[in-house]
Design a protein around this ligand. Structure first.
Ligand code: NAD
Length: 364
């Protein structure tokens, strides 16, 4: 564990890549409170930002530079003017399923985008005190399971042969919570592989230069502000839009897929804690609600909110989806002094209320 002299309000400058996105906007108010200067670098990617305009949820005091993280010239321009004390690296291509068909794009933005940022910091002699990386539970793939005798094993990716037979789980075994200090990462999507590569590139670089890192592996983030137009992410908003249109929500596999849904407010407080806490640990930490819910439970709560018909199981599956995922968050709670505050029912209420208030939202 490394420590620094960051005070309760660190001040100075924070540079946020991808800071105009879902998570970036959600942390912008707190960053404006904590730092003297907040600079966001974001290319306003059209898959997320339909109009290409500055999002209204981004705090007006945050300076927005519209530029691509993968280009060296972005960093030459930005770092001529900006001397970051802390960098929060959020910019990424985030489509798990999409990454299988667009692996070059995902790898380029997520891996080369990270190395260009690091090279830029180095080239301009502007090493920050700390870099916070929003990594993902996708680095674990199926994660660890245990057999009836409690022996932990790694089953690896499920095959279409077993999935076609509706054999969703690994027979005679039960899943184990994901814990960075114990669970071996073994991504089953290109997206997950790029997030793991991001971690490795950052750690190798930061350790060499004595820069602190806070690597946060986020579980499924949802809540007000999430993209309502990006078809590749955001199962909760998709379910809301289905239920809003009076549809029965279709559940893949048997509806018993487990996820750790964490409300955006809780993720925002974790990332800000990663940026300002007096101590961090160089090794990754898990961020989630600390408990799992089935997709069926989430769908039920959403259907109830909209008075939609009950959801139904389709038995379909999606290649690259893992069966179960939830986090052991004890490390983040201890190191960052952070703890999630919202349960699933409260979070869904917040999300649905926000969606209902958005103009022109089309039922899915
Ligand atoms: N939302 C989740 O459930 C979740 C879960 C795990 C990890 N994460 C990670 O958190 C981070 C932020 O996720 P989010 O949900 O806010 O996603 P988002 O898509 O809403 O935000 C990403 C932002 O990055 C920008 N961006 C994309 N490519 C860029 C490029 N080449 N140059 C500059 N900017 C670019 C986009 O315009 C967007 O504003 C990502 O690194 C993602 O991998 C998110």
């Amino acid at each position: 564990m490394t420590s620094s002299s960051i005070s309760a309000r660190p001040g100075g400058t924070v540079l946020v890549t991808g800071g105009a996105g879902f998570i970036g906007c959600a942390i912008s108010d707190a960053l404006v409170d904590e730092f003297d200067r907040v600079v966001v670098v974001d290319n306003l990617h059209r898959q997320i930002h339909a109009t290409g305009e500055r999002p209204v949820r981004l705090n007006p005091a945050a300076e927005l530079v519209v530029a691509d993280v993968t280009e060296a010239k972005t960093w030459d321009t930005v770092l001529e003017d900006v001397t970051p004390d802390v960098v929060i690296h959020l910019a990424a291509e985030t489509g798990t399923g999409q990454s299988l068909e667009e692996s070059t794009r995902h790898t380029h933005v997520n891996v080369v985008g990270t190395s260009q940022l690091l090279d830029g910091l180095n080239r301009h002699g502007k090493l920050p005190r700390r870099i916070v990386l929003s990594s993902s539970r996708a680095v674990y793939g199926e994660g660890a399971w245990q057999d009836a005798d409690g022996r932990v094993f790694y089953p690896g990716q499920r095959t279409s042969e077993t999935l076609d037979k509706a054999q969703w789980d690994f027979p005679g075994a039960s899943p184990v919570a994901m814990k960075a200090s114990e669970t071996f990462p073994a991504p089953v999507s290109v997206y997950g592989a790029t997030k793991l590569a991001q971690e490795h590139v950052l750690q190798a670089w930061a350790k060499s230069y004595g820069v602190e890192t806070a690597i946060l592996r986020l579980q499924n983030v949802y809540g007000p502000g999430q993209s309502l137009i990006n078809p590749y992410t955001g199962i909760m908003s998709l379910f809301c839009r289905m239920a809003m249109g009076g549809k029965s929500i279709p559940l893949y596999e048997d509806g018993e897929v487990r996820r750790d849904f964490i409300l955006i407010d809780d993720v925002a407080s974790a990332i800000v804690a990663g940026a300002v806490s007096p101590t961090v640990q160089g090794e990754p930490m898990d961020i989630g609600s600390g408990e799992f819910q089935t997709i069926g439970t989430a769908a039920k709560l959403i259907a109830e909110h909209y008075k939609a018909p009950e959801s139904h199981v389709t038995g379909q599956y999606r290649q690259g989806d893992v069966r179960h995922a939830w986090a052991d968050i004890t490390a983040a709670e201890k190191v960052l002094g952070w703890t999630p505050k919202y349960n699933l029912a409260q979070g869904i209420e917040q999300l649905a209320t926000w969606i209902d208030a958005q103009p022109g939202v089309n039922p899915a």
